[in-house]
Design a protein around this ligand. Structure first.
Ligand code: BGP
Length: 480
């Protein structure tokens, strides 16, 4: 009989999560090329623009702002920031490597040594503080050249280019980095996300071909990682939004089942179980989708599945077919109908801690592999006092309630959860709105959307709280 775990296991990986394009800045330094994030304007219209055909593939400073070009300047300030993470007691730090720092155009013959050295310095700094890096290989950072010249991920050539990039960083860092993730929130590709696929408003056929290419690319990275170092743990990463039927109407329940499996399960099914599920094959059939699958690819996907499943969790979603339930909730990539039982953040994301326990039970029950919560948190407008101190009880409250549910999932449900990295552990640029105003951090960065501010770092109230959470391995969640 397997031993049942009580509360947070020894060695639980507490930490925080970031992405290169949202906090490094220095977007043209060190030989870096442009990525799709670099041409994405800041401001609330970003997601609407992303979904339109007017989405500019060039930087247009006369028309737009680009807060992510400077980010929070982690590129130059990583030592100071990592020291703060260490002071909080981080066991792991999730970061991405920007593909275009390593291969500026994505298809260059040789890697850019300056980029590799930069990441080596960051990794060494983390190790110096006993923080295990968790590296996302691709977090919305496909080189722009691959979008403009190759048409994005629907082009099979990207598989080989990605393989070369993944091999380069894995060969360089496989002795120093144990935890890896392949594609960030890969399932947003189902919705045709530009960030994920590097394609704008294309057909379902192209979206699913692009995803297939990413599945193959991901399996290749898994294979390379394990060949280099069998101790490496490499996972997939999806957004998970717990899905409810709005009510007990069987039609709504069936609709929820359909939404749930295409959005929450499809990419995990392929990457954890190693094969296309039957419901997806039927979906392809109904929608006239015929994938170009080359000989050997399905075997590769079956043989090189991930070691763990990671997911971001911010909110749940309710499903209704009833046209009277037309009041939609907001989400970064999707929105169901408003759930009358839940409160929402200032950005309309519905807050649902119990939904996280449901997610953990669901995913562990379905896959039985270790789980890593790679993003979670509350985007909020912080009001610092004259000393730049932020009393962010709302953030503590959000995180505390989610951690309580994680604890129950481990203690009462026997879920094998081994890591938790709240999103934007230091304030950074938002992915959906490209703004600084939406903050998640334990550390306040003095910088506004127009680029005003010293960029000095200040500890928020939640900094001390999270430090205590980590020091007690999740036993003391009190907000003193
Ligand atoms: C996820 C992304 C992150 C991050 C987060 C918060 O979808 O993986 O990159 O930004 O959402 O979203 P936002 O920044 O839009 O508040």
């Amino acid at each position: 009989m397997t031993e049942l775990k009580a509360t947070f296991p020894k060695g639980f990986l507490w930490g925080g999560a970031t992405a290169a394009n949202q906090f490094e800045g220095a977007y043209l330094e060190g030989g870096k090329g442009l990525t799709i994030a670099d041409i994405s304007p800041g401001g609330k219209e970003r997601m609407a623009l992303l979904r339109s055909n007017d989405y500019p593939l060039e930087i247009n400073e006369a028309k737009y702002t680009y807060p992510n070009h400077v980010g929070i300047d982690f590129y130059h300030r990583y030592q100071e920031d990592i020291a703060l993470f260490a002071e909080m007691g981080f066991k792991t730090f999730r970061m991405s490597i920007s593909w275009a720092r390593i291969f500026p155009n994505g298809d260059d013959a040789e890697p850019n040594e300056a980029g590799l050295q930069y990441y080596e310095n960051v990794i060494d700094e983390l190790k110096k503080h006993n923080i295990e890096p968790t590296i996302t290989i691709s977090h919305y950072e496909t080189p722009l050249h691959l979008v403009k010249e190759y048409g994005g991920w629907k082009n099979r050539q990207l598989i080989d280019l990605f393989e070369k990039y993944a091999r380069t960083i894995l060969e360089r860092f496989h002795k120093k980095v144990t935890y890896w993730m392949t594609f960030n929130e890969i399932n947003t590709g189902i919705l045709g996300s530009f960030f994920t696929l590097g394609m704008r408003n294309e057909s379902l056929q192209n979206n699913f071909q692009a995803l297939h290419n990413q599945f193959v690319a991901s399996s290749k990275a898994v294979k390379i990682a394990h060949e280099l170092n069998p101790d490496i743990k490499i996972g997939c990463m999806s957004i998970y939004a717990t899905m409810y039927a709005y009510d007990s109407n069987p039609d709504n329940v069936m609709g929820m089942v359909e939404e749930n499996r295409m959005f929450n399960y499809f990419c995990n099914d392929v990457q954890v179980r190693g094969e296309y599920p039957t419901y997806a094959l039927k979906y392809f059939e109904r929608n006239n989708i015929t994938l170009d699958i080359q000989p050997g690819e399905l075997d590769l996907m079956k043989e090189h599945t991930v070691d763990y499943l990671s997911f971001s969790y911010y909110m749940s979603s309710a499903f209704s077919k009833n046209p009277e339930h037309s009041d939609k909730s907001q989400g970064n990539f999707f929105g169901g109908v408003k759930n009358p039982f839940l409160e929402a953040s200032e950005w309309g994301w519905e807050i649902d801690p119990v939904g996280l326990r449901i997610a953990l039970c669901d995913l562990y029950g379905r896959y039985g592999v270790p789980l890593y919560i790679s993003e979670n948190g509350l985007g909020a407008i912080d009001q610092p006092d004259a000393n730049f101190y932020v009393t962010d009880d709302y953030r503590i409250d959000y995180l505390r309630k989610h951690i309580e549910e994680m604890e129950k999932a481990i203690r009462l449900d026997g879920v094998d959860l081994f890591a938790y990295t709240p999103w934007g552990c230091i304030d950074l640029v938002s992915a959906s709105t490209g703004e600084m105003a939406k903050r998640y951090g334990f550390i306040y960065v003095d910088l506004d959307d127009e680029g005003n501010g010293t960029m000095n770092r200040y500890k928020k109230k939640s900094f001390d709280w999270y430090q205590q959470v980590i020091a007690t391995n999740g036993a003391n969640l009190a907000n003193n």
